[in-house]
Design a protein around this ligand. Structure first.
Ligand SMILES: *Cc1c(COP(=O)(O)O)cnc(C)c1O
Length: 383
């Protein structure tokens, strides 16, 4: 038996919804995508949702809609998947990082404030900041938002880990403290559409721009109905866009999965609660939870004493079929980012955390026996 660090949970009802679509008129550009967009927006309390084929695509069109281009600067956390940073480069911008808080592993608002003050003096202000809700726990969005008002930058929340999570009592994705929020529906995340992503916003213009960029930059709305060269066939390409569209099958799966998102998060909390109580006496650092956050527990990251022990525990647990993982190799240490001039030592908190980090399996399909196996295996190798 192998217990992965995360995995999808698919019921017959999910399968039936996808098969229904396969037997229907539209496989793409039909009603299911619209239904999914509205369902997610309603669930989060946002005005608009734009569904696409991945969170990476959603982050990309979010940056495009905010006008990120050559000469601009995008900042994100080094403790994330590479996509959060890459989208800046894809728009031709420069990318830089803000170190994490050592307790939450999220982008640190104090470091951000200091870096902004420096940037203002040197004329290197970011156009967009992409905080990442690591493991499913919200960043300090109030502080980040206050800084965005003071300095005038845009905020895109990378909530790839965080559908179903809350901050200050309301759902992440409501964009109360940001311009756009992005979710991922990769199978390892909370709910899945196989591949898929979605951007929420309360700004109609941003929503329309994202839609345009996700579909070739082609618009079908035009005024002059009297022109004989304009009719139902007519379209205009007004921007340079891509094809990032989600299919109807994916949207149908997403709608079906969304019905269970709160159950999924509830089960993840049950698993986390057992970890918190069973692991508290071990020499490990458990993930600190803040009062004003309710995590979706996409990950359960612990820290071991040192990198040597981490390697022993990782290899040992894997040999017993426990799918431990490590999140994340700091993005600035990736070869691509080293070519841009970043080096080890640039963001010390993210690096120190990474060297000792271990994600132990947590997902909604874990049984009590799985949980016991994970705990027993960790105890065995930690000694
Ligand atoms: C998974 C993930 C992404 C990319 O999501 P895709 O849907 O696979 O493109 C981006 N950011 C973070 C933090 C992620 O975990």
């Amino acid at each position: 038996m192998f217990i992965p660090y995360g995995r999808q949970s698919i019921l017959q009802s999910d399968i039936d919804r996808v098969v229904d679509v396969l037997q229907s008129e539209f496989l793409t550009q039909g009603p299911k995508v619209q239904e999914f967009e509205k369902s997610i927006a309603d669930y989060c309390g946002a005005d608009f949702g734009v569904a696409v084929n991945s969170a990476t695509s959603a982050l990309h069109i979010a940056c495009m809609a905010l006008g990120v281009g050559k000469g601009d600067i995008v900042w994100t956390s080094p403790n994330t998947f590479v996509a959060s940073a890459n989208v800046g480069h894809l728009c031709g911008a420069k990318v830089d990082f803000v170190d994490i808080d050592s307790q939450t592993y999220n982008l640190c608002p104090q470091s951000l404030a200091e870096k902004l003050e420096n940037a203002q003096q040197t004329g290197n202000m970011p156009k967009v900041i992409i905080p990442v809700h690591f493991a499913g726990q919200s960043c300090d969005m109030q502080a980040i938002h206050a800084l965005s008002v003071k300095y005038g930058f845009y905020v895109i929340e990378d909530a790839s880990h965080a559908i179903g999570a809350s901050y200050l009592g309301s759902k992440i994705g409501n964009c109360r403290f940001s311009d756009i929020t992005v979710f991922s529906f990769h199978p390892v995340k909370i709910i899945t559409t196989a591949e898929g992503g979605l951007a929420t916003t309360n700004n109609h213009e941003l929503a329309e721009k994202m839609r345009l960029f996700a579909s070739h930059g082609v618009s079908r709305t035009f005024d002059d109905n009297d022109d004989v060269l304009r009719g139902d066939w007519f379209y205009e390409q007004v921007e340079l866009g891509l094809n990032y569209r989600m299919t109807e099958m994916q949207a149908a799966l997403g709608c079906s999965q969304l019905l269970r998102v709160d159950d999924f998060v509830k089960r993840r909390h049950e698993v986390a609660d057992i970890f918190f109580s069973e692991l508290q006496s071990l020499p490990v650092i458990l993930p600190k939870q803040l009062n004003d956050t309710f995590s979706s527990f996409h990950l359960f990251p612990i820290q071991l004493d040192n990198e040597g022990l981490r390697k022993v525990v990782f290899d040992g647990m894997r040999s017993q079929g426990i799918g431990v993982h490590v999140h994340y190799i700091p993005v600035h240490t990736q070869p691509f980012y080293q070519y841009q001039g970043f080096k080890w030592g640039d963001f010390v908190n993210a690096e120190t955390y990474y060297k000792k980090a271990l994600s132990i399996p947590i997902h909604q399909s874990m049984t009590d026996e799985h949980i016991s196996n994970v705990i027993a295996s960790l105890k065995e190798f930690i000694k």
